[in-house]
Design a protein around this ligand. Structure first.
Ligand SMILES: [Zn+2]
Length: 329
């Protein structure tokens, strides 16, 4: 399979926002007690298995996260928020002036470059000033790749993986202060609940010793896997965790572990741990060394899906709906 890499700022066109038109007359979000995802399609809404996969992923995350987040004002009548500030692919959407409860996801499926190469990307666009959790996220994918993944029975895992990036897995670690040694070989996630789950629930005593979960550093992966800036620091380490859903590469089976759910708790969500899937950290661990994991993954290349790079959050929105760009050093 051809490796796929991020190309979020790809070809642009004019698109009509379907089912998500927002303006100053939009009703305020209802105040409730559950975590709700408002999935809005940009451009033509896909049909069949593709649409079903997005709905299923949103429902899965609504099942996982228990707490209603504080409603967040986004934009104002005087200064509505333009989504193209986060991604040029959002051209044609209405600028936002609304109250969000709890998370709005703008999804776009369009022809990009055929099967292979660019799969697409996803991530937070706006995050809350208090608590730092995502208010608005963006997903954009190549329709040919999604059809191909659906035919292979892999689509649901890919869409859920990408939607979990919007919620915060891999994308909010740094902002929330639980990513240590970013960019270094020792990069790791120091969220205590995830680290404990790694050891206590998944047999990762060696993998997660020292109270941290190893994050991807690309050092054990073959260059042919295009491990790079989009994979590094934002996924669990492939050579350690392999099949787990939130590594940068999907294999045949990709369980959503209690470790990943607890990493959401480390970010500030309240999670329903009983929704985790059985998962065991592979033993013995894959040998550490350049290319060691590459051989293993090449052997399974028919089943390997190289995911798109997640998008880091771009803006913080305050209680008055005002947005401030996030600056990364
Ligand atoms: Zn990913």
């Amino acid at each position: 399979m051809m490796p796929r890499t991020l190309a979020l700022a790809g070809a642009l066109g004019l698109f009509v926002l379907v089912g998500g038109c927002t303006d100053s007359t939009a009703p305020a979000a209802t105040n409730d007690t559950t975590f709700d995802i408002d999935l809005r399609w940009v451009g033509t809404k896909p049909t069949g298995t593709v649409a079903t996969a997005f709905d299923a992923a949103a429902a899965r995350i609504e099942e996982i996260i228990l707490n209603d987040l504080q409603a967040a004002k986004v934009g104002s009548k005087e200064a509505p928020f333009d989504l193209t500030k986060c991604s040029a692919s959002m051209t044609g959407t209405s600028a936002l002036d609304e109250i969000v409860d709890d998370l709005v996801i703008y999804a776009k499926v369009e022809a990009i470059d055929g099967v292979g190469k660019t799969l697409g990307s996803a991530g937070p666009c706006l995050t809350r000033v208090t608590g730092g959790l995502t208010v608005v996220g963006i997903m954009r994918f190549d329709s040919a790749d999604l059809t191909d993944l659906a035919n292979k029975g892999r689509l649901n895992a890919v869409v859920l993986h990408e939607m979990l990036h919007i919620v915060g897995v891999g994308t909010l670690w740094r902002r929330r202060g639980i990513l240590a040694d970013s960019g270094l070989a020792t990069v790791r996630v120091t969220g205590p609940l995830a680290a404990t789950a790694c050891v206590s629930d998944h047999g990762g005593t060696t993998a997660c010793q020292g109270g941290a979960v190893p994050a991807e550093n690309c050092l054990d992966l073959d260059a042919a896997l295009t491990c790079g800036v989009g994979t590094i620091d934002s996924h669990w380490k492939e050579s350690v965790f392999q099949g787990e859903l939130m590594t940068g590469y999907l294999q045949t089976n990709n369980p959503l572990s209690k470790m990943t759910l607890q990493s959401l708790a480390d970010l500030g969500y309240i999670v329903r741990l009983t929704t985790a899937e059985p998962y065991t950290v592979p033993t013995p661990p894959v040998a550490i060394g350049a290319g060691a994991m590459g051989a293993s993954l090449r052997a399974a290349s028919e089943e390997l899906i190289v995911l798109g790079a997640p998008m880091a959050p771009r803006f913080v929105v305050d209680e008055l709906g005002r947005t401030t760009p996030i600056r990364y050093r």
